[in-house]
Design a binder for this molecule. Structure first.
Ligand SMILES: [Zn+2]
Length: 319
């Protein structure tokens, strides 16, 4: 997990390398940017670089320290994640204890707090105290895609590094070259995942292109919307399918507004998109968006999915 493996984040990575070179990397850092673009990878590459036994800036990737970090087994590198729930005070108290101990094996103690916006108020307060006086040779890396939900006092104690998604065209190139995806699928993934490499990689298996086309054929282009096969999916899948549908209508809308054809997500269905551009009005398309996003928010509540999708199907079919 070296810095060179991180694609499209040249700016934050260069800044970090300069900090390491000048031995100015201590205290609190905040990595901001959308999910799935390499923030956590960069944090881990940084932890490796600081603790590598063989190299200084670009970690070797094969010494005992690098391997332990890669496998999540290094006693001085900790990952706290608020994936599901809030990060509670207990987790930060534990961090407080650990950070004040001497490093066991490594040179630097590194604490990565993923989804830092889920810190509870108490946990954030406790973290603030640590950030005010971080021990020498320790580093706290906070990661978030929602900095507006973080406490301002916490933000003010951190050096901020912004991560941006890749240009979609560039991601398409990477997916073709490095991941050997065919041109159509690479294009779809790059645009659907909005330039987020991590997101694209998550979606690259499991015949997504066929699934997406099947959905559009059955739900939008068919003689009548086939809501039954969609309703038999679980909630997560239904939500994902609704996002695929939203992308379809987005394409029609933007094409109608003059977006160049190579910029659409569903570039493999240009013929059908062109036809839809001619047959739908802006108002139809706005309604389609409204209906899809309403359906997505209704999904969160415990509504009858079958009925919800039936109604949505009828609305979209009219469009
Ligand atoms: Zn190493």
């Amino acid at each position: 997990m070296s810095f060179s493996a991180i694609k499209g984040q040249d700016r934050p990575v260069e800044i970090i390398k300069t900090y390491i070179e000048n031995s100015r990397i201590e205290g609190g850092y905040l990595f901001i940017g959308p999910e799935g673009i390499g923030k956590k990878m960069t944090a881990l590459a940084l932890a490796q670089a600081l603790n590598c036994e063989e190299a200084k800036i670009e970690a070797c990737g094969h010494c005992a320290s690098c391997l332990k970090i890669e496998n999540g087994q290094h006693p001085d590198v900790h990952l706290i994640s608020g994936d599901e729930a809030q990060i509670k005070i207990e987790a930060i108290r534990q961090l407080q204890k650990e950070i004040n101990l001497k490093a066991y094996e490594g040179v630097f103690k590194v604490f990565i707090i993923d989804n830092a916006h889920t810190l509870s108020a108490e946990a954030a307060n406790c973290l603030l105290k640590i950030l005010e006086e971080p021990p020498k040779k320790s580093l706290l890396i906070l990661i978030t895609e929602k900095p507006n939900l973080l406490f301002k006092t916490v933000i003010s104690r951190c050096k901020i590094l912004k991560f941006l998604p890749l240009k979609r065209e560039a991601l398409e190139g990477i997916l073709k070259k490095d991941y050997k995806l065919d041109a159509q699928f690479a294009h779809f993934l790059a645009y659907f995942s909005e330039g987020r490499l991590g997101q694209a990689l998550k979606l690259k298996g499991a015949g997504l292109l066929a699934k997406k086309n099947n959905l559009i054929d059955k739900f939008v282009l068919g003689p009548r919307p086939d809501t039954e096969s969609l309703a038999s999916q679980d909630k997560e899948e239904v939500r994902f399918s609704l996002n695929l549908l939203a992308a379809w209508f987005r394409d029609i809308y933007l094409l109608k507004a003059g977006l160049p054809e190579q910029e659409v997500i569903n570039a493999d269905r240009r013929e059908e998109l062109r036809r839809a551009v001619d047959s739908s009005s802006f108002l139809d398309l706005e309604l389609a968006f409204t209906n899809i996003s309403a359906a997505i928010s209704y999904l969160e509540k415990n509504v009858n999915t079958r009925l919800l999708l039936f109604n949505l199907g009828m609305e979209l079919w009219k469009a």
